[in-house]
Design a protein around this ligand. Sequence first.
Ligand code: ZN
Length: 131
Amino acid sequence: MHEMSLAVAVVDQVEAAASSRGAVGVTSVELDVGELAGVVADALAFSFELACAGTVLEGAELITRTVPGVARCEPCAADWAVGMPPRLLCPTCGAAAGELVSGRELQIREVRWACPDTPHERQRQPITEES
Ligand SMILES: [Zn+2]
């Protein structure tokens, strides 16, 4: 299950960060999840709770922000929201999408620590998922 390995990767990374800074607990973890990343939010929330058990993240809240899929057309430089199911032809000229500007993100956006002096930390860290 994709969400479980993703949740484990998030917990591993936050745990490593927590131990390097001596944090005693984590109150919340905010993730950017691209609309096209193929992640089911409910399954991720469930997996996250399981993955957190017995770690410094136990009881931490998972906040997921959905990043909309946006594609760009090379010939006419139009950007459009890809949506779901993805629309990969340019609505202006009909060419195939040259690139995805966003929508495949899977990254840790922010971690809130339980220590009072530095209550939170912004970090944009890609999730390195073991396959
Ligand atoms: Zn176009």
